[in-house]
Design a binder for this molecule. Structure first.
Ligand code: 13P
Length: 252
């Protein structure tokens, strides 16, 4: 809605090694030249690159987030990373409940909620992902699935400062397919109404991102949809040119 500053966040997923950080220089210089972008810009690289990405984007308009965290502060959890560790590395946000984590690691709504609470505990913004599968959409269940995920995955106290909700229909991720603007509007309105019903005024300006095959070619149309306050971008966040092309939807 009017007055909400948009966020364009990139999720690199399991892509990227040290050399990939050169993209951040291109991104930062692209942002610094030309019209001002009326949006915040974030990249979420693999955890191995978070600290280096933070150093590389110092004094630029780009912030850095993580892609997942464990719910605990610390412990015997080999291979896991806590929200506090990501904060220590300089991240300002963490994606939680991405559909790839839900599908590949069996993450449940209560686990996603615990991760979002962990992000808050560490002083970070939780980017909480929800979205229906293709089968669920075909069965007419999209609204119910998303509503149930919101009910189960969001902590009891959220606000625009500590939480972002990303609607990512599973069937649109990496497929080149996108919902129609009308379908995006329907779900984003459901999400906004849900947040206001549960959190009152605190839910009014929580940013709602759309994610799933966002590209420069469709960004203007998707970002103009009611209650869409930015994008969560996968593949097109790996190249500065593509990511800048999406950010261009917020430059005038
Ligand atoms: P794509 O933009 O590659 O479809 O990925 C979307 C996504 O999953 C971002 O989290």
């Amino acid at each position: 809605m009017a007055g909400i500053r948009a966020l364009v966040a990139g999720n690199w997923k399991m892509y990227g090694v040290s050399d990939s950080l050169a993209m951040l220089d291109e991104l930062a210089s692209g942002l610094a030249s030309g019209p001002t972008a009326a949006c915040d810009v974030m990249l979420c690289p693999p955890s191995t690159l978070v600290a280096a990405a933070v150093a590389r984007t110092k004094d630029t308009q780009v912030s850095v987030g993580g892609q997942d965290c464990h719910a605990d502060v610390s412990g015997a959890h080999t291979g896991d990373i806590s929200a506090e560790m990501l904060a220590d590395a300089g991240a300002i946000a963490i994606i939680v409940g991405h559909s790839e984590r839900r599908a590949e690691h069996g993450e449940t709504d209560p686990q996603v909620r615990a991760k979002a609470e962990a992000a808050h505990r560490a002083g970070l913004t939780a980017i909480v992902c929800v979205g229906e599968t293709e089968a669920e959409r075909r069965a007419g269940q999209a609204v119910k699935v998303v509503s149930d995920q919101l009910d189960g995955s969001l902590p009891d106290a959220i606000n625009a400062g500590n939480t972002v909700v990303a609607y990512e229909p599973v069937w649109a991720i990496g497929s080149g397919l996108t919902p129609t603007p009308e379908d995006v509007a329907e779900i984003h309105t459901v999400i906004r109404d849900n947040l206001i019903a549960r959190y009152g005024d605190s839910g009014v300006d929580v940013r709602l991102l759309y994610g799933g095959s966002v590209k420069p070619a469709n960004a203007v149309e998707l970002m103009a949809v009611a209650n869409v306050n930015g994008a969560l971008v996968g593949g097109a966040s790996l190249k500065a040119e593509d990511f800048l092309g999406i950010i261009a939807a917020f430059r005038s």
